[in-house]
Design a protein around this ligand. Sequence first.
Ligand SMILES: Nc1ncnc2c1ncn2[C@@H]1O[C@H](COP(=O)(O)OP(=O)(O)O)[C@@H](O)[C@H]1O
Ligand SMILES: O=C(OP(=O)(O)O)[C@H](O)COP(=O)(O)O
Length: 394
Amino acid sequence: MFSKKTMNDIDVQGKRVFVRVDFNVPMENGSITDETRIRAAIPTIEQLVNRGAKVILASHLGRPKGEVKKEMRLTAVGVRLSELIGKPVTKLDESIGTKVEETVANMKEGDIVLLENVRFHKGEEKNDEELAKSFAALADIYINDAFGAAHRAHASTEGIAKYIPAVSGLLIEKELVVLGKALSNPDRPFTAIIGGSKVKDKIGVIENLLDKVDHLLIGGGLSYTFSKAMGYSIGKSLLEEDKIELAQHFIQKAKEKGVQLHLPVDAIVGSEFSKDAERKTVDIDSIPETWMGLDIGPKTASEYAEIIKNSKLIIWNGPMGVFEMEPFANGTKTVALAMAETEGYTVIGGGDSAAAVEKFGVAEKMDHISTGGGASLELMEGKQLPGIVALNDK
Ligand SMILES: Nc1ncnc2c1ncn2[C@@H]1O[C@H](COP(=O)(O)OP(=O)(O)O)[C@@H](O)[C@H]1O
Ligand SMILES: O=C(OP(=O)(O)O)[C@H](O)COP(=O)(O)O
């Protein structure tokens, strides 16, 4: 049961509503390559517009680390949102300050304003009180609908909730209901697949996952820290040096728990991080010194596909390789196709993983595409998400 107040529990007509969404979409050369997260926010926005709210949207994009980065502006997102929703969206170049205050003061019922990337302010990720108060001062009500960022205690996801009435949006509610149902009493075999490049963020979740799953499949950039822990040389592959010991601990813990921890047995390596790189397939203990692992190899991919097909519940977060580059897309594609074929209940989490199943044309075949990668993993671990804890109880 969802114990937090939602936007259905409150009156929003004529109210200024600060809606935190997760518009952190994959971008390439200024264009949006996957709009899953924008589409996922639309039911909340549309309903608020129809109910006569003044809708102030806030989001982060990428990790600009407190600086204004031109390629991380939300301008393209504003344009696409306006097209999808069929209404004007006023995109501002700031998220606080006089210009924002004036624009908000002139809003009419049903208007939509999109603020600039909140992470252009250092205070956002520090959950700075002053910044949170400035966001709160813009609105009468706070609605959190950024499921993908709900595991972050930031000024616009958590801090703001201290100062004005705070409720959840429709997406967060839906995510919690669907994920909660799948995870509360999981069908077995239960398999989790973890990959991607946010190694520091994701390696920690493995500790608790080992208590929950039957199979854990590791791929993507994350896998090379494990290869290193096994004593293999990994050339120039992605490595989180200070997590090698932790990876060793997980390999040991998996053995003790009887969890099948599967690590890649082969890799596709490239001579550089480029789609035009020279490429070859090698066993995992034979990555040449100056090369880098950019995809799981074919033996690994087919082993993983087999496990997926024989599982009853599969949760996948993080691509198996740099699938955005055609020569390194095959591992992710094989896993995506196996997810489409399995009889098991399939959950995809994360911006890039969602983009991958779209790219390979199998999004429709998934049982649930979650907008949160890290957030769904933390939920699966049994952790409380700060962006949700902060909301008012029913
Ligand atoms: N071997 C690798 N080396 C470097 N980057 C990788 C590798 N494998 C996958 N990636 C990258 O990981 C990124 C996605 O990681 P992440 O953000 O953790 O996933 P998600 O958004 O699904 O949670 C993709 O852009 C992909 O190119
Ligand atoms: O893309 C996101 O997370 P995800 O890659 O775990 O799905 C969210 O927007 C959170 O972004 P962050 O991991 O930079 O805080």
